[in-house]
Design a protein. Structure first.
Length: 135
């Protein structure tokens, strides 16, 4: 799945309403139409009419807002390994405190870090049953 993301050069960020005409500047209209349609079809975006002509804004759904968290973690990895001397192309200002912050995975129970060395991966309730061992 390809996501139409933020365009920091134009001041747009995830979660803001964005219409087709604003997004069409740097991508072929056919490609943009297909990508937006895919994201609407899968519940990541929803179309909202914004005038009497058939014009729509594409707005993140709850599913889309959760996807932003995944994209922010991926962007953080890119900032660490690919950004170069100029630094990251996008910064995140936290609304609650007004400071520039970084995404950090934390445990919802204790607040401790949840990185590769801090966790154990266990089968969840939706995991496929394991075949009984012959023995």
């Amino acid at each position: 799945m390809v996501v139409v993301g933020a365009d920091p050069d134009r001041g747009r960020a995830w979660g803001q309403r964005t219409n087709f005409a604003d997004m069409a500047g740097s991508i072929a209209r056919k490609v943009l139409t297909e990508r937006l349609g895919h994201l609407v079809e899968h519940g990541v975006l929803k179309k909202q009419a914004y005038d009497s002509r058939p014009r729509y804004a594409y707005v993140l759904t709850e599913k889309g807002r959760e996807l932003v968290a995944v994209l922010m973690v991926m962007a953080g990895w890119g900032d660490s390994w690919l950004a170069g001397e100029a630094g990251p192309p996008v910064l995140y200002r936290h609304h609650a405190c007004g400071e520039i912050g970084q995404v950090d995975l934390r445990c919802s129970h204790c607040g401790g870090p949840m990185h590769e060395g801090d966790i154990e991966v266990l089968p969840g309730p939706g995991a496929a049953p394991q075949p009984a061992s012959a023995g």
